[in-house]
Design a protein around this ligand. Structure first.
Ligand code: PBG
Length: 309
């Protein structure tokens, strides 16, 4: 049988969430360019982050762990595109790579999940909250200093299993991931962004390509969402100025309102006792400047004193 080169090769991690996102991108690209889905190959790549499951992510070196091997495959031309959760992307990319398109953003909120308790506020005194996110831990403790927070690593399904097994009384997960996996039945309450500011990039799927790959850039441009791109430019500039790693509890969210972008950002101490917050707005033509201005406002308000040295 004669083999033909695939139309495109998409690299992705092998977790159910990553695969769901890669399949969504494949479906949209196939529809936009009138090719059958089978001509777009999905290449599963195991990353360091997938291998290291026994230690908190913040200790083993943070976000780049989930992208390194996929980015190497891009640079080696073994794949044409990489699909990621924006939230997991470092703010600085390897030379030669670029974030080239964002899908329309999903629900940006965190959700509260529990077997027994109907809402976050209904958790009893001293209840156990499972999360491996420094941001979620700090935000939960800010509202409820009495809670006991335990480490909850693994993919979304693993965390739901731990919850069902009674390892914790409740957990917090992104609505976006639960929606993409069809697991919203477990959600007790989506948390208002005024109380739980999401991570920069939460809810947005991004496509990374080689910066000079004109063909792939053109193809993914057809499925790019302009509003999500604007918001993510602001959020990534904000995060990059403050701390690209995941060792500091940081929340940041840009929203479009007509010709303006509004930005809310916060930095917390790990125990949630101290925090600073800023709200800024600017024209949609200057998303990066807005993110940087929000970061500068937090630094001026003492955000650096909340961060680990
Ligand atoms: N760090 C894991 C991760 N990366 C992206 C999402 C959710 C999907 C998204 O934000 O787009 C999740 C799971 C979670 O935080 O619940």
């Amino acid at each position: 049988m004669q083999s033909t080169a695939p139309f495109l090769r998409i690299g992705t991690r092998g977790s159910p969430l990553a695969l769901a996102q890669a399949h969504t991108v494949r479906g949209r690209l196939a529809a936009a360019h009138g090719v059958v889905e089978e001509t777009i190959e999905i290449v599963v790549i195991r990353t360091s982050g997938d291998r290291i499951q026994d230690r908190p992510l913040s200790e083993v070196g943070g976000k780049g762990l989930f992208t390194k091997e996929i980015e190497e495959a891009l640079l080696d031309r073994r794949i044409d595109l990489a699909v990621h959760s924006s939230k997991d992307m470092p703010t600085v990319l390897p030379d030669g790579l670029a974030l080239s398109a964002f899908l329309p953003r999903e629900d940006v909120r965190d959700a509260f999940l529990s077997v027994r308790y109907a809402s976050f506020d209904a958790l009893p005194e001293g209840a156990v909250l499972g999360t491996s996110s420094l941001r979620r831990k700090a935000m939960a403790l800010r509202l409820r200093p009495d809670l006991e927070v335990v480490e909850f690593r693994g993919n979304v399904e693993t965390r739901l299993k731990k919850l069902a097994d009674g390892v914790a009384d409740g957990t917090l997960l992104a609505m976006a991931g639960l929606n993409r996996l069809g697991l919203t039945a477990h959600v007790r309450e989506p948390l208002d962004t005024g109380r739980f500011l999401p991570a920069a990039g939460q809810g947005a799927v991004v496509i990374e390509t080689r910066a000079d790959d004109a063909r792939s850039l053109g193809l993914v441009g057809a499925i790019d969402d302009a509003e999500t791109t604007l918001c993510l430019l602001a959020e990534r500039a904000f995060l990059g100025r403050l701390d690209g790693s995941c060792r500091t509890p940081i929340g940041g969210l840009a929203l479009r309102d007509g010709e303006r972008l509004t930005f809310r950002g916060t930095v917390l101490s790990p125990d949630g006792r101290a925090s600073c917050e800023t709200v800024q707005d600017g024209p949609i033509s200057e998303p990066t400047a807005l993110g940087l201005a929000a970061a500068e406002a937090l630094l001026a308000a003492g955000a650096a004193t909340l961060m680990p040295g």
